[in-house]
Design a protein around this ligand. Sequence first.
Ligand code: HEC
Ligand code: HEC
Length: 243
Amino acid sequence: MKKSKLALLSWLAIATTSFQIGTAFAGNVDVQNGQTIFNEGKGEAAACMGCHGEKGLGNDGMGAPRLANIGAQYIKKQLDEFAADKRNPEGMGAVMNGFARALTDQDRADVAGYLNSLEYEVEPSDLKGLASDGTKIGNVESGKAIVMRGISGKVPACQDCHGFNGRDPRYPAINQQKFVYLANQLAAFKAGTRTNDPVVLKVGIMRGIAKKLSDDDILDIASFLSTAPRVDPRGDSHAIPKQ
Ligand code: HEC
Ligand code: HEC
């Protein structure tokens, strides 16, 4: 069997293997409490919308991610891991560890549930504006090729696991995510400074993939995903996870 075919098969095996994704999502979610925390904060945790935007669509100026509709279970996992110092962002995001600790386990589930209950909105990153402010951006078409097809023999198609809208509780939606945040995360996985991705066969899934991406690949992917339509351009729309 050709090496690239073998590589693909092993990625598919990983995509379908079950792995631990943190505490199971509790059945009872108080969306109202989640909304209050998001809009007003709670105790030491500042209002989430101050950085993540009124509708949770993120903010390139602050490097803050979109949180709306990216997957409730994924968000709960991230908040738990910020609270446990298993994910330690650099820069402005360093506030997240203390904020997550200021929320109870139920609060984290509530805010995650609220964010997934929002109407889906499209708000692409302003790549032209970023470029004119001196931010290096990439090539949308090259990024699209990697997301849809991967890099032959080297990198699996991002779609294989993420689908287009985030596929099941394990895989966050990465389209319509903000450019600056995407570029930061891929660089952090590549540098090994973000280490909370699930480990399968002794390799951190995203660390293993990001290591094989060049800095230009990262900018290309972030340029495509941050401006990608809501659904798969091939018309194969995946359901938005509603866990
Ligand atoms: C002062 C600005 C600021 C505030 C306020 C803030 N955040 Fe964040 N948050 C960030 C930044 C910046 C990051 C990106 C961290 C990184 O680069 O890894 C982030 C990351 C996150 C992530 C990770 C998302 C992902 O896709 O992995 C979650 C979840 C999150 N924040 C939830 C919240 C919640 C809930 C609140 C309110 C209780 C909140 N944030 C308040 C700035 C903020
Ligand atoms: C084998 C499955 C798999 C493949 C293929 C894959 N990913 Fe991931 N990715 C994951 C998982 C699982 C996570 C969640 C990590 C966590 O739980 O913290 C993730 C997380 C991410 C995140 C962080 C999202 C956020 O909101 O912080 C980004 C960005 C990302 N992947 C981009 C990509 C890109 C770009 C590709 C293609 C080059 C890709 N992924 C291919 C499994 C995969």
